[in-house]
Design a protein. Structure first.
Length: 197
Protein backbone atom coordinates (compact mmCIF):
# COMPACT_ATOMS: atom_id res chain seq x y z
CA UNK A 1 0.00 0.00 0.00
CA UNK A 2 2.89 2.34 0.80
CA UNK A 3 4.36 1.74 -2.68
CA UNK A 4 1.04 2.54 -4.36
CA UNK A 5 0.62 5.71 -2.29
CA UNK A 6 4.21 6.86 -2.96
CA UNK A 7 3.80 6.13 -6.68
CA UNK A 8 0.58 8.17 -6.79
CA UNK A 9 2.25 11.10 -4.97
CA UNK A 10 5.21 10.91 -7.35
CA UNK A 11 2.90 10.94 -10.40
CA UNK A 12 0.92 13.89 -9.03
CA UNK A 13 4.15 15.79 -8.30
CA UNK A 14 5.51 15.20 -11.81
CA UNK A 15 2.14 16.14 -13.35
CA UNK A 16 1.98 19.33 -11.28
CA UNK A 17 5.57 20.26 -12.24
CA UNK A 18 4.80 19.72 -15.94
CA UNK A 19 1.61 21.78 -15.66
CA UNK A 20 3.56 24.61 -14.02
CA UNK A 21 6.19 24.49 -16.78
CA UNK A 22 3.50 24.57 -19.48
CA UNK A 23 1.76 27.47 -17.75
CA UNK A 24 4.95 29.53 -17.69
CA UNK A 25 5.79 28.85 -21.35
CA UNK A 26 2.26 29.07 -22.81
CA UNK A 27 2.54 32.86 -23.04
CA UNK A 28 5.65 32.50 -25.21
CA UNK A 29 9.22 33.31 -24.48
CA UNK A 30 12.46 31.73 -25.63
CA UNK A 31 14.57 28.92 -24.17
CA UNK A 32 17.85 27.24 -25.01
CA UNK A 33 17.51 25.19 -28.20
CA UNK A 34 14.64 27.27 -29.65
CA UNK A 35 14.74 28.23 -33.33
CA UNK A 36 12.99 31.32 -34.71
CA UNK A 37 12.33 32.58 -38.23
CA UNK A 38 11.82 36.18 -39.27
CA UNK A 39 13.05 38.38 -42.11
CA UNK A 40 12.06 40.97 -44.66
CA UNK A 41 9.74 40.99 -47.65
CA UNK A 42 9.55 44.51 -49.10
CA UNK A 43 8.12 45.92 -52.30
CA UNK A 44 8.11 49.64 -53.01
CA UNK A 45 6.93 51.73 -55.92
CA UNK A 46 6.78 55.47 -56.55
CA UNK A 47 6.03 57.75 -59.48
CA UNK A 48 6.27 61.44 -60.24
CA UNK A 49 4.95 62.35 -63.67
CA UNK A 50 6.64 59.97 -66.11
CA UNK A 51 9.41 59.03 -63.64
CA UNK A 52 8.95 55.71 -61.85
CA UNK A 53 10.93 53.60 -59.44
CA UNK A 54 10.47 50.11 -58.03
CA UNK A 55 12.31 48.20 -55.34
CA UNK A 56 12.07 44.64 -54.08
CA UNK A 57 13.79 42.77 -51.26
CA UNK A 58 13.41 39.33 -49.73
CA UNK A 59 15.67 38.36 -46.83
CA UNK A 60 14.66 35.39 -44.64
CA UNK A 61 16.47 35.16 -41.30
CA UNK A 62 16.89 32.21 -38.89
CA UNK A 63 18.12 32.30 -35.29
CA UNK A 64 19.05 29.60 -32.78
CA UNK A 65 19.36 29.92 -28.99
CA UNK A 66 22.75 28.44 -28.06
CA UNK A 67 22.17 29.35 -24.40
CA UNK A 68 19.19 30.67 -22.47
CA UNK A 69 20.12 34.30 -23.25
CA UNK A 70 22.21 34.14 -26.45
CA UNK A 71 20.89 33.57 -29.97
CA UNK A 72 22.99 33.43 -33.13
CA UNK A 73 21.74 33.38 -36.67
CA UNK A 74 22.10 34.19 -40.31
CA UNK A 75 20.23 35.49 -43.30
CA UNK A 76 20.36 35.42 -47.06
CA UNK A 77 18.65 37.86 -49.36
CA UNK A 78 17.99 39.23 -52.82
CA UNK A 79 17.32 42.88 -53.67
CA UNK A 80 16.49 44.85 -56.80
CA UNK A 81 16.15 48.60 -57.46
CA UNK A 82 14.97 50.03 -60.80
CA UNK A 83 14.12 53.57 -61.88
CA UNK A 84 13.43 55.47 -65.10
CA UNK A 85 12.56 59.06 -65.96
CA UNK A 86 10.03 58.20 -68.66
CA UNK A 87 12.58 58.25 -71.49
CA UNK A 88 15.38 55.99 -70.27
CA UNK A 89 16.45 53.93 -67.26
CA UNK A 90 18.25 55.84 -64.51
CA UNK A 91 18.88 52.90 -62.14
CA UNK A 92 18.98 49.13 -62.52
CA UNK A 93 20.73 47.44 -59.59
CA UNK A 94 20.29 43.90 -58.30
CA UNK A 95 22.21 41.56 -56.07
CA UNK A 96 22.46 39.05 -53.27
CA UNK A 97 23.44 39.38 -49.65
CA UNK A 98 24.36 37.24 -46.66
CA UNK A 99 24.56 38.19 -43.01
CA UNK A 100 25.20 36.94 -39.51
CA UNK A 101 23.97 38.24 -36.17
CA UNK A 102 24.20 37.62 -32.46
CA UNK A 103 21.60 38.64 -29.88
CA UNK A 104 21.62 38.87 -26.11
CA UNK A 105 18.12 38.59 -24.57
CA UNK A 106 17.75 40.10 -21.11
CA UNK A 107 14.58 38.17 -20.13
CA UNK A 108 14.20 35.48 -22.83
CA UNK A 109 11.63 33.29 -21.09
CA UNK A 110 9.16 36.16 -20.54
CA UNK A 111 6.30 37.17 -22.80
CA UNK A 112 8.06 40.54 -23.26
CA UNK A 113 11.84 40.57 -23.69
CA UNK A 114 14.44 43.19 -24.61
CA UNK A 115 17.55 42.30 -26.60
CA UNK A 116 20.74 43.80 -27.98
CA UNK A 117 21.92 42.75 -31.44
CA UNK A 118 25.24 42.89 -33.26
CA UNK A 119 25.11 42.13 -36.99
CA UNK A 120 27.36 41.96 -40.04
CA UNK A 121 26.06 41.90 -43.65
CA UNK A 122 27.77 41.52 -47.02
CA UNK A 123 25.99 42.47 -50.27
CA UNK A 124 27.26 41.94 -53.80
CA UNK A 125 25.39 44.17 -56.21
CA UNK A 126 25.46 44.70 -59.97
CA UNK A 127 24.81 48.04 -61.65
CA UNK A 128 23.42 46.82 -64.97
CA UNK A 129 23.38 50.27 -66.58
CA UNK A 130 27.08 50.95 -66.01
CA UNK A 131 27.97 47.23 -66.24
CA UNK A 132 29.96 46.98 -63.01
CA UNK A 133 29.68 45.19 -59.70
CA UNK A 134 30.13 46.67 -56.25
CA UNK A 135 30.27 45.25 -52.76
CA UNK A 136 28.80 46.69 -49.58
CA UNK A 137 29.69 45.68 -46.02
CA UNK A 138 27.37 46.76 -43.19
CA UNK A 139 27.97 46.36 -39.47
CA UNK A 140 25.49 47.46 -36.84
CA UNK A 141 24.58 47.42 -33.19
CA UNK A 142 20.95 47.79 -32.25
CA UNK A 143 18.28 47.31 -29.60
CA UNK A 144 14.99 45.52 -29.90
CA UNK A 145 12.13 43.78 -28.16
CA UNK A 146 9.89 40.76 -28.66
CA UNK A 147 6.32 40.55 -27.42
CA UNK A 148 4.70 37.11 -27.66
CA UNK A 149 1.06 37.20 -28.74
CA UNK A 150 0.91 33.38 -28.58
CA UNK A 151 3.28 30.59 -27.62
CA UNK A 152 4.88 30.64 -31.10
CA UNK A 153 4.31 34.10 -32.59
CA UNK A 154 5.92 37.32 -31.40
CA UNK A 155 5.92 40.89 -32.60
CA UNK A 156 9.42 42.32 -32.88
CA UNK A 157 10.54 45.94 -32.97
CA UNK A 158 14.08 47.21 -33.36
CA UNK A 159 16.13 50.37 -33.76
CA UNK A 160 19.71 50.83 -34.91
CA UNK A 161 22.05 52.51 -32.42
CA UNK A 162 25.47 52.26 -34.08
CA UNK A 163 26.12 51.59 -37.76
CA UNK A 164 28.99 51.43 -40.21
CA UNK A 165 28.94 50.68 -43.94
CA UNK A 166 31.53 50.58 -46.70
CA UNK A 167 30.83 50.50 -50.45
CA UNK A 168 33.84 49.73 -52.68
CA UNK A 169 32.08 51.44 -55.66
CA UNK A 170 33.30 48.74 -58.01
CA UNK A 171 36.91 48.58 -56.82
CA UNK A 172 39.66 48.88 -59.46
CA UNK A 173 41.00 52.08 -57.96
CA UNK A 174 37.60 53.65 -57.21
CA UNK A 175 37.32 55.52 -53.92
CA UNK A 176 35.24 53.65 -51.36
CA UNK A 177 32.27 55.31 -49.69
CA UNK A 178 32.08 54.83 -45.92
CA UNK A 179 29.28 55.84 -43.60
CA UNK A 180 29.12 55.91 -39.81
CA UNK A 181 26.09 56.64 -37.68
CA UNK A 182 25.40 56.80 -33.95
CA UNK A 183 22.14 57.34 -32.09
CA UNK A 184 18.69 55.80 -32.24
CA UNK A 185 16.52 57.18 -35.02
CA UNK A 186 13.09 56.60 -33.50
CA UNK A 187 11.50 57.59 -36.82
CA UNK A 188 13.04 54.45 -38.36
CA UNK A 189 11.93 51.75 -35.94
CA UNK A 190 11.47 48.40 -37.69
CA UNK A 191 8.56 46.08 -36.94
CA UNK A 192 8.22 42.43 -37.78
CA UNK A 193 6.86 39.04 -36.78
CA UNK A 194 8.82 36.05 -35.44
CA UNK A 195 7.78 32.43 -35.53
CA UNK A 196 9.34 30.16 -32.91
CA UNK A 197 9.64 26.41 -33.46
Amino acid sequence: MKKVLLSAVALLTIGFANAQEEATTSNGGFAQGDVFVTGALVFGSSSTGDAKSNSFEIAPQVGYFVTENIAIGGKIGYMSMKADNGSFDTQDDAGFGVGAFGRYYFTPSNQFSLFGQLGLDYNSMENKLADFKYNVIDAGLGLGMNYFVSSNFSIEAGVAVLGFSSNDNGGDGADATTNFGFGGDWRAVTFGVNYKF
